[in-house]
Design a protein around this ligand. Structure first.
Ligand SMILES: *Cc1c(COP(=O)(O)O)cnc(C)c1O
Length: 389
């Protein structure tokens, strides 16, 4: 039974395998003794292996040990969790925040806590899998709207009986396309139809907004009771975990009602310590974010000039549309042979026919890394007929 599925995945060029990285996570990584420039990481600011973040985690391990020993509501809440939540509330400009073990866990718990079988959830077609799974677990009626289509969403909301609980769910930065959700328009619809709006800012935290505070800051949206801001500690913050930020009553409600918060062991204290250190670096070193965006703009401009289809990207996530799984893997292999790790993304992660490479940039790439990447993409793109030679 397993063999049949695996064989079918292989014939359709959808089979996937793991690659073990034997170095630390940096802009350059080692796989099977080979060194590659890493263009496949969400470690946008290079904080996963930053000396200060590592020291904070190591000191927390020595002071408090490795595990939290229990769930948060039993005896697992440690001072570092509370300090981390206070730091996240200050960072996002909210009253309170709540930590989760991972972004995936946050989403599969949050959505069922916010809406139930008597409600309707409205979801962008390109939402992350964790949001989709959260919607399924909620058992609310599930309405999918076309990517960023506010008009269609408005019609779906209009047709929902008044008084029905409603929740709109969206990635803030779409993780495979690198474009931004129209948050002001979504919030206006949420107000008009008395819905809640859950914003998953996994790729926005630390990256978007003048001070890296995330997508609400980017759009100048003041925090309010309708907007529920979720973000992760696992991408730009370089660690593991996630948070929800909002009013004190939202956080107290989730502490009582969110199953993926309640029924799991509290995150290791070192994880909270690492996130506190990462937030402090993000505040003190805006030049990291500036370098990330400088690389992003340079890369996007050059690749678009060559004729690559970067889709609607407007962030450091740069998809290169290819349209076929075998071709996407072949181009990725070509780049790998040139020393560049750029993942090929295929269904079910993206819709069939939109197979792509997905470049993600880091603040700690050098200008020379970026020049080399641009040249390697040009060569690989010509060989594979993606751009004119
Ligand atoms: C990565 C990601 C998640 C999951 O976060 P983890 O911390 O890796 O579990 C959730 N939502 C989006 C949009 C993501 O890109």
């Amino acid at each position: 039974m397993f063999e049949q599925t695996l064989a079918s995945l292989k014939t359709r060029h959808l089979y996937r395998t793991l690659r073990g990285v034997s170095s630390s996570q940096d802009s350059v990584i080692t796989i099977h003794g080979q060194v590659y420039r890493n263009f496949g990481s969400n470690n946008y600011l290079g904080l996963a292996n930053h000396p200060e973040v590592k020291a904070a985690a190591a000191e927390a391990v020595m002071a408090y040990g490795v595990g939290a020993g229990a769930s948060r509501l039993i005896t697992g809440t440690m001072t570092l969790h509370e300090q981390c939540e206070a730091a996240l509330a200050a960072f996002t400009g909210t009253k309170a925040a709540l930590l989760f073990g991972a972004g995936y866990l946050a989403n599969v718990g949050l959505i069922p806590a916010l809406i139930g079988p008597d409600g309707v959830v409205f979801a962008d077609r390109y939402n992350h899998a964790s949001l989709v799974d959260g919607c399924r677990l909620s058992r609310a009626a599930f309405k999918v709207y076309r990517h960023k289509d506010l008009e269609q969403l408005g019609r779906l909301l209009e047709r929902t009986a008044p008084g029905t609980p409603k929740l709109i769910v969206t990635d803030a930065v779409f993780s495979m396309d690198g474009d931004l959700a129209p948050l002001p328009g979504l919030l206006a619809l949420a107000r008009r139809y008395d819905a809640l709006l859950l914003v998953d800012d996994a790729h926005g935290t630390g990256v978007i907004g003048p001070r890296g505070r995330g997508s609400p800051e980017h759009f100048g949206l003041p925090h309010n009771d309708r907007l529920i801001h979720m973000g992760t500690l696992s991408k730009a913050l370089g660690g593991l975990g996630a948070f929800v930020a909002g009013s004190s009553s939202l956080i107290a409600y989730l502490q009582n009602r969110c199953r993926s918060f309640l029924f799991t062991t509290a995150p290791p204290p070192a994880m909270a310590a690492a996130a506190i250190a990462a937030l402090s670096i993000i505040d003190r070193e805006p030049e990291r974010r500036a370098a990330l965006w400088r690389h992003r703009d340079r890369c996007a401009l050059a690749l678009r000039q060559f004729g690559f289809d970067l889709m609607a990207s407007e962030t450091p996530i740069l998809p290169i549309r290819i349209g076929d799984p075998a071709a996407a893997v072949a181009v990725a292999e070509s780049l790998l042979a040139r020393g560049f790790l750029v993942p090929a993304i295929r269904p079910p992660t993206v819709p069939s026919g939109t197979d792509r490479l997905r470049l993600s940039l880091m603040a700690t790439h050098t200008d020379e890394d970026i020049s080399a990447l641009i040249e390697a993409c040009r060569q690989a793109g010509r060989i594979h007929g993606l751009i004119p030679s």
